[in-house]
Design a protein around this ligand. Structure first.
Ligand SMILES: Cc1cc2nc3c(=O)[nH]c(=O)nc-3n(C[C@H](O)[C@H](O)[C@H](O)COP(=O)(O)O)c2cc1C
Length: 382
């Protein structure tokens, strides 16, 4: 019996390292560290990042669960070292930043110093999530599926491009310094960020994750915890700065009539369009899976907002320390990772076994059954 795929992250922003422990990977999966490291590098990039990103060059080291580059069916532990680990020396944060975890965390722990809260609420933790998601995405790739995240809107300016396949999305994305599918709007986005930076402000945006090549039937309608859209929403909503999540047309669906919303089913079990974003009843339906997440502007402002010093009770300006201006490109990397992980979990829930060989056999039997069903739906239409 295979375990449910899950992962745990540990580590603080200025502690010695970040750790990810992934449980439930089958025996015999090749772990491609170059791919994982490439995704970690992408997370650190994207126009609009601050000085911290130049201080860290994330690389993953395997601590357990692998022999001769293949998983052993035991927990896989990945470690990312922090080059700068001086958490003991950092001054307290007593002037909580509106929009950050500082105030709620300080109250929760009964301390005027939000430093300890900030050390963990910081998005540095997401490097561990990106590592786990990269392993998951590489796993999906072995079965012809791939999740790709890209920025679709920044500072209120939308990008237009769409892609028909993962390969096309990856090719197009690599040309944009914002990880968008088009580089045409890059100049406008850059100008917007530079303007905000010079004014000591920050800005948000929207990223989309599309997964191509997924089999239909991942997730389940049978129980609320099994619904894949619910799992994806939770995973995306838990990413720092994400304030809203949509599947398919999302909020726009509420404004349409049914006839303008739903995707008609045609011979061969294809669809006329994909307004549902590839998910119906909490299950993948064979169309590309499309989810979007909206990111708020980050909370640390060089021109800080009003706050209260928790040590003195005085009204002050919130704390400022070296910070990013716009993290939406990085958030798209994290979004891709957390989506890939949920998809791999749903995949292993359906096809899981002790070994990659068993997973492959179960997947192949199902894929053949689905192909037969759509062939007969094609034949029946003649
Ligand atoms: C990649 C990434 C980098 C971030 N960098 C910063 C930063 O430099 N300064 C900051 O104030 N917030 C930053 N954030 C956002 C905060 O971590 C986040 O807003 C905070 O933890 C509060 O959580 P919430 O946004 O989910 O409410 C970043 C978020 C992401 C995704």
């Amino acid at each position: 019996m295979g375990l449910m795929l899950r992962y745990l992250t540990a580590g603080e922003s200025h502690g010695p390292c970040l750790l990810t422990i992934i449980e439930g990977l089958p025996y015999g999966l090749t772990v491609d560290l170059e791919f994982v490291n490439g995704e970690l590098r992408r997370r650190q990039g994207g126009y609009g990042r601050g000085a911290r990103m130049k201080m860290e060059q994330d690389r993953v080291e395997i601590q357990s669960g692998v022999r001769n580059s293949k998983t052993l069916g035991s927990p896989l532990t990945l470690r990312i070292a922090n080059n700068v680990h001086n958490s003991e020396e950092l001054p307290p944060i007593t002037k909580p930043r509106p929009g950050h975890a500082d105030l709620a965390g300080a109250i929760k722990f009964g301390t005027p110093d939000a430093r300890g809260v900030s050390e963990r609420s910081s998005a540095r933790e997401t490097s561990a999530r990106v590592a786990a998601g990269a392993v998951a995405n590489a796993f999906l790739g072995l079965f012809g599926a791939r999740a790709v995240g890209y920025v679709v809107e920044l500072g209120g300016i939308a990008a237009k491009a769409r892609a028909e396949s993962a390969e096309e999305a990856l090719r197009r994305r690599s040309a944009s310094e914002f990880y968008a599918l088009d580089s045409e709007q890059d100049a406008a986005w850059r100008a917007r960020i530079d303007e905000d930076r010079s004014e000591g402000d920050t800005l948000g945006g929207i990223f989309e994750v599309c997964a191509w090549g997924l089999p239909p039937g991942l997730g389940s309608h049978a129980g609320w915890e099994l619904k894949l859209d619910g799992a994806l929403a939770r995973a995306l909503m838990s990413v720092q700065t994400v304030k809203a999540v949509e599947t398919g047309l999302g909020i726009e669906a509420a404004r349409r009539r049914g006839s303008q919303m739903h995707d008609e089913i045609v011979a061969g079990l294809g669809r006329t369009r994909n307004n549902a974003g590839g998910i119906e009843g909490g299950m993948t339906n064979g169309q590309p899976l499309v989810v979007r997440a909206a990111c708020k502007p980050i909370a640390t402002l060089r021109q800080p907002l009003r706050s209260v010093d928790l040590a003195t009770g005085e009204e002050v300006r919130a704390a400022y320390e070296r910070s990013d201006v716009c993290v939406v490109p990085a958030a798209s990397v994290i979004g891709e990772a957390v989506v890939a992980f949920e998809l791999a979990r749903a995949f292993l829930d359906k096809f899981g076994g002790d070994t990659m060989e068993e997973v492959r056999e179960r997947f192949d039997v199902y894929a053949e059954r689905v192909a037969r069903l759509s062939r007969s739906a094609e034949a029946g239409s003649r």
